[in-house]
Design a protein around this ligand. Structure first.
Ligand SMILES: Cc1ncc(COP(=O)(O)O)c(C=O)c1O
Length: 427
């Protein structure tokens, strides 16, 4: 093990993070060679600085004008073409954290790490799993989850996935989640994604409290738990039913044995799907600044060893956009539009209440809703595609997912009526 990794592990000694790290996580560190020498040269090499691996001219990055012309004149060449600083553009990390606190008032006054920039949320999840999920380690998650988790959990980490049914009746299955955690031994990861893909469900405030209580009960038994909140669809709340803050805001100071890891992104929150800017933020009761720094160093090491660096131009554009005065109100325009579709969908479902061959699962947020179908879900998907030129996703043998986020308001009613019609023809 490298001495720098050993030092970071020493700093983390006594925290649950030290016991939750995977073997890879324990070995991670930020290499100092080129970085330290470049920093020293920046301070002292006033005559010639031949340390930096970019093309410079009179101290500025060189660029090809036909590239620069594609950006607004307000963007400097250094904001487009240079490498981004390790961990992300500092001003963006600060703004994202301030925004996070504004959106999650429970975070006010609580200590967390600074967010670290990753190349999209999938990358954030992959990094976090590499650091905190041992190969073959246990991860607890609801049985309805984003399909892409399989590539990370099964193929990268060969994880022991312990699934519990997401719903009990029409609400979140708190008991199922507690039983699933209790059935594992050793360090355990819990992955929670709300608003959920594929169901569009977010726990109510009472359920959020119950989830935190159950995790605290398990932690009080000595279990070390990393809780990853995948907040991809955060903020897409259209009525008062769901808890409007991230569970991270409650978990980041819940117990010394709980390491809360917030993975969130500009991807959906700021409607910049192709920018590939996401963030990892840590929170744990009793953790010191030095220990947060050690966790950030390990995370930056994992980024350096896989991507080296995240996109500079997207970070800079995001920063400029987020610091415009109109940002919050501009953002709400999109949320309101999705909300109108959500309410139209709920309204349309009322027409079909008695039809027992297709049942909507509970949904209260996000981009999606799911149906349980009596018929084979693939048959329904095929029929919709071939007879009605309508595309939906088959989630499993008896569930399909509808992305109301991608269908215009005026077409929502017809979409739902069509799904019911096709399903009725298959029973
Ligand atoms: C639940 C969930 N998590 C993460 C992501 C990944 O987001 P990104 O595009 O930033 O990688 C998605 C994208 O569809 C998602 O649905």
């Amino acid at each position: 093990m490298h001495d720098l990794a050993r030092n970071l592990n020493e700093t983390l000694k006594g925290t649950c993070a030290a016991e939750l790290l995977s073997d890879y996580g324990r070995r991670m560190y930020v290499p100092k060679g080129i970085l330290v020498q470049s920093a020293e040269a920046k301070a002292k090499a006033s005559r010639h600085n031949a340390t930096i691996g970019v093309a410079l001219e009179k101290g500025n990055v060189m660029y090809i004008p036909s590239m620069k012309e594609q950006f607004a004149p307000t963007m400097k060449a250094s904001e487009i073409f240079s490498y981004a600083p390790m961990g992300g553009v500092p001003a963006l990390r600060k703004v994202w954290k301030e925004d996070m606190v504004a959106k999650n008032p429970l975070l006010e006054g609580k200590s967390t790490s600074l967010p670290i920039v990753t190349c999209g949320l999938t990358n954030a999840l992959s990094i976090v799993c590499s650091l905190f999920l041992e190969i073959g380690g246990s991860v607890v998650l609801p049985d309805m989850y984003w399909e892409n988790y399989n590539l990370i959990l099964d193929e990268q980490r060969e994880a022991n996935k312990v699934l519990f049914p997401l719903f009990s009746g029409n609400g979140f299955n708190v008991k199922g989640m507690e039983e699933a955690i209790a059935s594992t031994t050793g360090p355990v990861m819990v992955m929670l994604n709300f608003p959920n893909n594929p169901t569009g469900y977010t726990p109510t405030p009472a359920e959020a409290d119950a989830i935190v209580d159950l995790l605290k009960r398990q932690a009080a038994n000595g279990r070390k738990i990393s809780v990853v909140t995948d907040d991809a669809y955060f903020g897409l709340f259209f009525d008062d039913e769901p808890f409007h803050q991230s569970l991270f805001a409650k978990l980041c100071d819940a117990d010394e044995n709980i390491l809360a890891i917030k993975c969130d992104a500009a991807t959906k929150e700021s409607m910049v799907w192709g920018f590939r800017v996401a963030f990892i933020t840590y929170g744990c009761k009793g953790m010191t600044e030095e220990q947060y720094d050690a966790l950030m160093q390990k995370t930056m090491g994992a980024i350096r060893g896989s991507l080296s660096n995240c996109t500079m131009s997207s970070q800079q554009i995001l920063l400029k956009g987020m610091t415009r005065e109109s940002y919050s109100s501009d953002k709400m325009v999109g949320v309101r539009k999705l909300g109108e579709r959500y309410f139209r969908l709920k309204e349309t479902l009322k027409k079909h209440e008695g039809e027992d061959f297709l049942k909507a699962l509970p949904f209260n947020s996000g981009y999606f809703m799911s149906f349980w179908c009596k018929c084979d879900a693939e048959d329904l998907r095929q029929r919709l595609l071939n007879e009605y030129q309508t595309g939906i996703i088959r989630s499993d043998d008896h569930h399909v997912r509808i992305a109301f986020s991608s269908v215009d308001l005026e077409n929502i009613e017809d979409l739902i009526d069509t799904v019911y019609k096709a399903a009725s023809e298959l029973v």
